[in-house]
Write a protein that binds this ligand. Structure first.
Ligand SMILES: Cc1ncc(COP(=O)(O)O)c(C=O)c1O
Length: 230
């Protein structure tokens, strides 16, 4: 179903709905950020029908948007949050967090898996959470994210025939192109900048949370050169 479309969601949700699951900002979908009120409206809809609200924060969670969880920008709380990518800082781990009420549905051992609760992976995640706090990385994400967004906005002004929109939050940003992004990504790679393309035509920027403005400058310089020839 379409993202950020309350009418479309309302048409699907009823007393028979168990849960609504969505990303607070869509990653693979093309860095789609919902309207300010959308997540709160979805919460209301779920409450009306007794459905759980699950946020997939696998891309947005663990500081990516400048808060520990992206839902914290919205003023509402989901019942369940799923996490992975950033949680282990490169070490594979996935997790979900539930409200006290929902968590009572599980007892110890109900949801086992071979590597679930792996001590090494959990130690890595613990270290990640420690570093995020000790190094004030949430502040860094906000500051450097705003800087990156501003620099991308400048590129949009310079190349309006190529970039139609810059969107996202914190260090989860996208630049919507007027054509497929694959060649631009490949050419940036040849010059030493790893960026990515989602949804075919959205350049996606999800750098490490400890990136500096100097790193942003390097990427923007490379991207500028590549766009000039695109
Ligand atoms: C938002 C989101 N949800 C879920 C997944 C799947 O996660 P996993 O590979 O940990 O099952 C991904 C993977 O890219 C993702 O980006």
């Amino acid at each position: 179903m379409p993202y950020n479309d309350l009418a479309a969601l309302t048409a699907l949700v009823s007393e028979k709905t168990c849960a609504v699951m969505l990303e607070p900002i869509q990653g693979e979908g093309g860095i789609n950020t919902p309207d300010a009120e959308y997540l709160a409206q979805v919460r209301q809809l779920c409450d009306k029908y007794g459905a759980l609200l699950i946020f997939d924060e696998i891309q947005t969670g663990i500081g990516r948007t400048g808060k520990m969880f992206a839902y914290q920008h919205s003023g509402i709380k989901p019942d369940i949050v799923t996490l992975a990518k950033g949680l282990g800082g490169g070490v594979p781990i996935g997790a979900f967090i539930a409200s006290d009420k929902v968590a009572t549905a599980f007892g110890a051992g109900d949801h086992g898996s071979t590597f679930g609760g792996n001590p090494l992976a959990c130690a890595a995640a613990n270290a990640v959470l420690g570093v995020i706090a000790e190094e004030n990385l949430l502040d860094n994400v906000t500051t450097v994210g705003q800087y990156l967004q501003a620099e991308l906005n400048k590129l949009q002004l310079k190349y309006p025939q190529l970039i139609t929109e810059v969107r996202g939050m914190g260090l989860m940003l996208g630049a919507k192109l007027t054509k497929p992004g694959r060649d631009i990504v490949n050419q940036c790679m040849e010059q030493g900048a790893i960026i990515n393309c989602t949804a075919g035509d959205v350049l996606r920027f999800v750098p490490p949370l400890n990136i500096t403005k100097a790193h942003v400058d390097e990427v923007i310089t490379i991207l500028d050169k590549v766009l000039a020839l695109a």
